[in-house]
Design a protein around this ligand. Sequence first.
Ligand code: AMP
Length: 412
Amino acid sequence: MAKSSYQAPRGTLDLLPSQARARQRVERVAATILGRAGYEPIATPIFEDTDLFERGVGRSTDIVRKEMFTFEDKGGRSITLRPEGTAPICRAYLEHGMHKLAQPVKLFYRGPFFRHERPQAGRYRQFHQIGLETIGTDSPLADAEAIMLLADLLAELAVPGVELRLGSLGSPDSRAAYLEELKAYLRSHEGELSKDVRERIDLNPLRAFDADDEETRAVMVGAPTIVERLDGEDAKHFAEVRALLEADGVPYRVDPTLVRGLDYYTRTIFSFVCAGLGAQSEVGGGGRYDGLIEQLGGPSTPAVGWAVGIERILLAMGDNSAPVVRDAFLAAADDDQRQRAMALAIELRHAGLSAEVDLAGRGLKGQLKHANRIGARHVLIFAADGSLQMRDMKTGEQRPVAPSHVLDELSK
Ligand code: AMP
């Protein structure tokens, strides 16, 4: 076959039909599960003002520091391809006065996201997420429901080997004292830390828990953790989330070293990991972000949400996409019969069956061969004399059929 010298851009994926079908299925299952719980779809633009992410995601994060696809548009505005979905949804919540609706506002979304990362298995520059946001409540019930819905989705899709890790970051006030303690600990081990972590002791000390560097990891084994320092309302909130998960039989493990790559999280954070995924082991995760909407200029509005990577779900599931069902192929001996074939195909499609006709001007023999090749279950053959035959491609049995009976025959 002819091969062009063009390739998909670095870090992007073409989804060929069997993978695209698998992705459609994931999206359908998610829409069903989330829809039943009263979550409504929302869609925001693929690009936003750069400032939204700088403010929302946080200037000290890897995403903002290194990974955004940012460019100037023809009007001189700084635009960024969205690296995540929560800040845009909070922007939309404020812009459209959704705080006036019944609270909480329960939303879900899906679509492409962009991060200029070093590509590897499970890590791309354009990837796809399904995400959920529950905006306008600080109840631990909302955290537990969000977590359970993601657990449900992964279970329904039979993603193997999933483990839920749970942590809490406390609220900004209670975290302040802990962060000082952590910074002091990191400074006392400064010589053993990676350059990246050392440079961010003041800016983002929590990221030290996420370091890949061996020596840094060894230091972090002895680091104080915030989960041990939670008190008052934060401790109560975390205990309630845990109790709710336990009451509903959702297994989890408290991971005191859990952190996330976005600055906006408060209190509950969680991560679903999948052993089969290798280095990029997280399939989805999220947490509570009680300060984000205020940070974006709105009223203080507590919220919780998550995002799951569709490519990672598909990687973890392996290639198990269901084959396409092709109920009928309608073959025709000549141009007059082609018209009849098309008319019947349209009727069958309207009745909910899949029906195809030849689009390549093949002769009758070629059409039969083609029907076999694409795996049609039945072929309807319009002969030149106007008669119609139906062939069962599995048994090879062929017999005359009246056009008015085709639908009944195929539905049997
Ligand atoms: P985050 O928005 O960073 O909390 O990530 C949520 C989920 O999105 C992760 O658990 C991954 O499944 C997925 N994800 C994040 N970044 C990438 C990427 N570069 N490539 C593929 N999937 C990603």
